[in-house]
Design a binder for this molecule. Sequence first.
Ligand code: DAH
Length: 351
Amino acid sequence: MLDKLNDVESTGLDALQAVQDEAALEAWRVAHLGRSSGLMQIFSQFGELSKEEKPVVGKRANEVKKALEVAFGAKAEQMRQAALKRSLEQEQLDVTLPGRRLPLGRLHPDTQIQRELFRVFGEMGFQVYRSREVESDEYNFQLLNFPVGHPARDMQDTYFIEAEGRGDNPIVLRTHTSPGQIHAMREYSARDPQDPPSVRIILPGMCYRYEQTDARHETQFDQLEGLAVGPGITFSNLKGTLADFARRMFGQDTRTRFRASFFPFTEPSAEFDIECFLCGGKGCAVCGGGWLEIGGSGMVHPVVLKNGGYDPARFTGFAFGFGIQRIAMLKYGITDIRYFWENDLQFLEQF
Ligand code: DAH
């Protein structure tokens, strides 16, 4: 029996040396300490021993059991430590890796320019007046002194929406922001028809035309309209306002130029240019002769004042309008107006 116990102990301890993983360890436990192990068989044969043998074998059997259990515990702990060491070495979190960059949204270049324009005109006391994009022929043309069939309409060919029974007043997508002048003047003058308040507003927004698209022409584009109406407003106020705008927007030395022109809703009318801020007026590939064409302007036509509820005998006013994308193109050196609404990230991410 004692020999058998010595054998159980040494084979058990030897076998434990070879154990490499969790599964082998568990198999070892079943084989050497489990119910049908050699050791447990010896315990079960205990009854067959003589009185003298019992305490000797019993003591030794308990020693062997204890030795195997201690060795098992030590092996299990040793394997746990080894596994921990491995995982610490192999599964290291490398905190020096750069984080994942979160893409940050930004304002569309058109919005950026609009906000700059709002700021500049805001400093000069102009408020933003929002007007509708879907218009009637009456507001888009007739009330602005473009009668039905007037040749000046040809410059603003547009989308008409078929609507039964509207005759000469079809629905149109506005071709310019100027119809907002009528809406604004009517709203202001309705507040006090006998003594209407002065108007000093800018009207931004999308306009639509039937265009042969190219680098400078799109079927949709933003305009910024300006309107000032009050007693005693003169052409010098118009010139001063636009000259001041150009200096605030493009730099203190920027000069402005007015050229006589025609618009049905202003009299007299002028187109205004600013000195090219890219070449300083010397002449370059963008401007040609040193001047950049910005937009149209003029003194509000008496008929238009009357249509807005302002008596032309008591009130005068000036108005102007220009393309916002044109300004953005000049400011950022954008060579094609079609980029604005293409939603190409390679373009948009540059701003
Ligand atoms: N509405 C004109 C256009 O789109 C631009 C314009 C010219 C607006 C003269 C004005 C103005 O207010 O006075 O072609």
